[in-house]
Design a protein around this ligand. Structure first.
Ligand code: NAD
Length: 453
């Protein structure tokens, strides 16, 4: 049996060992899920709803425990970790209202009655990345269970602890055995088996665009249903007519939250040239004020990176002689720390400007006018999120319509609310999660005609 040693990224100390499933165990879990699905889809809608509410209550009763696991296993600051555990509860509660509302249509036809049903798609394989282990698990898990699907979740190798505990809480809450299974293991073993096994009818994948492309090719062989949430390189566009103080004060949190390990990170700040100097002065103060340190401390805003290898990857974007405008602080000593870093001026061809760094590094680039701002924002294969700062309503709407991205915010950086749709344009993804339609993505429409004559 192979095991994976989970490392605390803030201390570099081992936390625990987690057994890694092999192909045989993955097959057994998939067969168990297929059997459980047959029973789960027949559970009366009101009962399925009640079980999801019990599951949410079990999560709610264990928020502190789940947060502690995420602090130890992922280095998330305590305030963020508690929010994430509460988010799992909220997503479960939101979709617990779905089973009784999974209605079809009655369509007028001659000689009979025509009705549509939303049938659960079948066993769902949910492949989760390491950056937001709890929220991303819940985005696939909750609507799939509500639709009547059985779910096998494969957490990322480095961050399995909260998913394992949430799997136990589902059982304690009365969700039947086999309906929601958590299967830790390697992407190349368990993840690939979920993609290849014919009894898995849908894959929900969040992770890198590179692995997403392989998974899409794998799913194509069986025309397997697929949702993809992939990388990003989002723009934070600041116009001269904006509240520059507020735009500068909030910009660090739009990219350094979760130490920049956020697919929605606004990692390219675009600033109208006429206010560049003022903005940079205010941004420097804000960046230097970001509190980086012990994730367990209540006032910590940014923790460490996930691993030594990831820190080396992030550091490769800030080589000797890189155009560092200014940096924040980070602790010395053990832990995979990296200080918030602002690069400027940066050429639009340099890797720091074009590639997803997935760390606390941001570039600042000036633009002349609205057209150039939109062109720069769209000059990327990605299209996940972005922010627009302006005092002009018409401009806000024009730019929001012009930027090719799935989640935009005006005079704010918020982009994830569980009751609004989330997902990417271009190579940032396929399909949408969250919001009122998410359950539909776990169903097939069936049309039935019943002759009356
Ligand atoms: P990753 O692609 O390396 O891994 C993601 C998951 O896929 C892990 O569970 C991994 O074990 C599994 N996996 C790896 N190879 C596989 C294979 N061949 N077959 C099946 N499964 C396989 O990504 P990561 O490094 O864990 O996460 C970071 C990436 O995720 C970033 O690019 C980030 O932008 C993206 N992300 C996107 C969103 C979004 O909603 N768009 C959200 C969070 C993260």
């Amino acid at each position: 049996m192979t095991v994976y040693t989970v490392i605390n990224p803030a201390t570099e100390q081992p936390v625990t060992e987690v057994a890694q499933a092999d192909v045989g165990q993955a097959d057994a879990a998939i067969e168990r899920a297929a059997r459980a699905h047959e029973a789960w889809r027949k559970v009366a809608p009101g009962d399925r709803a009640r079980l999801l509410r019990s599951f949410a209550a079990a999560v709610d009763a264990h928020i502190d425990e789940l947060a502690a696991l995420e602090i130890a296993g992922s280095g998330h600051p305590v305030g963020q970790a508690r929010w994430e555990a509460g988010h799992v509860r909220d997503v479960l509660l939101y979709y617990s209202a779905a089973p009784e509302r999974l209605t079809g249509q009655q369509i007028p036809v001659a000689g009979g009655l025509d009705v549509t049903f939303r049938e659960p798609v079948g066993v769902v394989g949910l492949i989760v990345p390491w950056n937001f282990p709890m929220p991303i698990l819940s985005w696939g898990m909750a609507p799939a269970l509500a639709a009547g699907c059985a779910v096998i979740a494969k957490p990322a190798e480095m961050t399995p602890l909260t998913a394992i505990r949430i799997g136990e809480l589902a059982l304690e809450a009365g969700v039947p055995e086999g309906v929601f299974q958590v299967l830790p293991g390697k992407g190349s073993v368990v993840g690939r088996r979920l993609v290849d096994h014919p009894l898995v009818r849908k894959i929900v994948f969040t992770g890198s665009t590179e692995v997403g492309q392989q998974i899409m090719a794998g799913c194509a062989r069986q025309v397997k249903r697929l949702t993809l949430e992939l990388g990003g390189k989002s723009a934070n566009i600041v116009f001269a007519d904006a509240d520059i103080e507020k735009a500068a004060a909030t910009a660090p949190y739009a990219v350094f939250d979760n130490a920049g390990q956020d697919c929605c990170a606004r990692s390219r700040i675009l600033v109208q040239a006429s206010v560049l100097d003022k903005f940079m002065g205010l941004l420097e103060t804000a960046v230097k004020a970001v509190k980086v340190g012990n994730p367990a401390a209540d006032d910590t805003e940014m923790g460490p990176l996930i691993s030594a290898a990831h820190r080396a990857h992030v550091a490769s974007y800030v080589p000797e002689g890189a155009p560092v405008a200014f940096r924040g602080s980070a602790p010395d000593g053990p832990g995979f720390w990296f200080p918030p870093t602002v690069l400027a001026p940066v050429s639009t061809g340099s890797p720091a400007y074009t590639e997803e760094i997935f760390g606390p590094v941001v570039t600042v680039t000036p633009f002349a006018d609205e057209d150039e701002a939109i062109a720069l924002a769209n000059d990327t294969p990605y299209g996940l999120s972005g922010s627009i700062w302006t005092g002009n309503v018409g401009r806000a709407i024009r730019v929001a319509r012009g930027v090719e991205a799935g989640n935009l915010s005006v005079n704010s950086h918020s982009s994830v609310r569980y009751w609004t749709p989330f997902g990417g344009f271009k190579q940032s993804g396929l399909g949408r999660e969250l919001g009122p339609q998410a359950v539909d993505a776990f169903t097939e429409i069936k049309n039935v005609f019943i002759a009356t004559e």
